[in-house]
Design a protein around this ligand. Structure first.
Ligand code: ADP
Ligand code: MG
Length: 365
């Protein structure tokens, strides 16, 4: 009898211990951590919910290294020792097919294949035209008194060398060749978003899938924050706002989302002024000039590469045309800030926007 009681007590203890073990194992505590670093000519921040600081640091160190590596590959202005990057392609690909690393080939291929999807608006072969605008912007920023606009004849001459049909890609060899010696690729419309998607996909497979990456307004959210809130809050910047200490004055709307991207193209991100008028960095392949249909457009779709490509594309279309276009795309939503600062959004965003009454309750607080 005594032996039976001892056995029962032992069994109860084991069961309780086991339950406690599984309870603590199944529910590790998640802490919120954040970090920032500089890459892709912008500040990149990552916030994540991790079981401990060590996990967070390991994950974000790897993410930072990937961003640095990809930026070096997609850089068209600088050469790096021992690296075949976009600069190498732009200087060598007219004389021979250049074999490039997979990460660069994949981006060029993606951008090339998406041209028909963007209705010929985003053309990575627009390099010669974009370079003229880049030089004018740099000159004006260095010395506003010396600001000038690229001449239309100069722009039209450069536009003679923007035919994407003259870009020869070899999928088997991963080589890039220019049939036009004056061809220059510029992947600025998609590179940052593409890189953020590469990093996000790697992070989703790792030990910290609950994260948000903000690469200078190019936002990629992972799984929901592990503090009870169903979503991440993604701010839509006021085009006339300013980045203040608490960020409040800079926000026009907030979108509550997870496992998706929000990428914005706006007239306030990179620009210069000439004779009192603003000239930004998104150039119509038709007029060869910046557009002024509205102030900004934010695209919401899962892939940050697609969102980046579409944000530049939509920025080049009048609001009405862009709206019909976005509504024809599967899994894509958009928010525009018009010239009078009013907000328009596709129906799929209405239950996600704070301006429409959406919120992000935290039941644990
Ligand atoms: P950001 O670089 O501020 O994130 P975008 O994603 O809209 O903004 O990309 C703008 C960049 O895309 C420009 O700096 C330029 O390098 C490139 N670009 C501008 N217009 C075009 C175009 N019509 N086709 C392809 N690339 C473009
Ligand atoms: Mg873009």
């Amino acid at each position: 009898m005594k032996r039976r009681i001892v056995l029962i007590v032992l069994a109860v203890c084991l069961a309780a211990g086991g339950a406690l073990y599984w309870a603590t194992r199944a529910e590790p505590r998640y802490e919120k951590y954040s970090t920032t670093f500089f890459s892709f000519d912008t500040v990149i921040s990552i916030i994540g919910y991790a079981p401990d600081l060590n996990t967070f640091e390991n994950v974000t160190k790897k993410a930072e290294e990937r961003f640095m590596e990809l930026h070096c590959l997609y850089d068209k202005y600088n050469a790096y020792e021992g690296v075949v990057n976009l600069y190498t392609v732009n200087t060598m690909a007219a004389s021979r097919p250049v074999k490039v690393p997979d990460d660069l080939y994949d981006l060029i291929k993606y951008s090339h294949d998406m041209v028909p999807v963007t209705k010929d608006t985003v053309n990575i072969a627009l390099g010669p035209v974009l370079l003229l605008w880049h030089d004018a912007r740099e000159a004006a920023i260095a010395n506003p008194a010396a600001a000038y606009l690229p001449g239309i004849q100069e722009l039209q001459a450069a536009d003679q060398h923007t035919d994407l049909g003259k870009l020869v890609l070899n999928d088997a060899q991963k080589t890039v060749f220019f049939e036009d010696p004056a061809m220059q690729l510029d992947v600025g419309a998609v590179a940052k978003g593409y890189a953020a998607e590469v990093v996000a996909q790697e992070m989703l497979k790792g030990p910290m899938p609950s994260f948000i990456i903000n690469a200078g307004g190019n936002v990629r959210t992972g799984h929901p924050p592990r503090d009870g809130r169903p979503n991440w809050g993604v701010a839509v910047q006021d085009p006339d706002g300013y980045v203040s200490g608490d960020g409040v004055s800079d926000v026009l709307d907030i979108l509550f989302l997870h496992d998706t991207s929000v990428v914005t193209s706006g007239d306030y991100q990179r620009y210069f002024e000439y004779q009192g008028k603003r000239y930004h960095h998104i150039i119509s392949p038709v007029t060869l000039m910046p557009t002024d249909f509205f102030r900004s457009v934010s695209i919401v779709t899962e892939s940050s590469a697609y969102a980046d490509l579409l944000s530049t594309c939509l920025f080049l279309m009048p609001y009405e045309e862009g709206r019909v276009f976005v509504e024809s795309l599967e899994g894509v939503e958009a928010l525009w800030i018009l010239n009078d600062r009013s907000i328009r959004m596709t129906d799929g965003l209405k239950d996600k926007a704070s301006s429409q009454g959406a919120s992000n309750p935290n039941p644990n607080q």
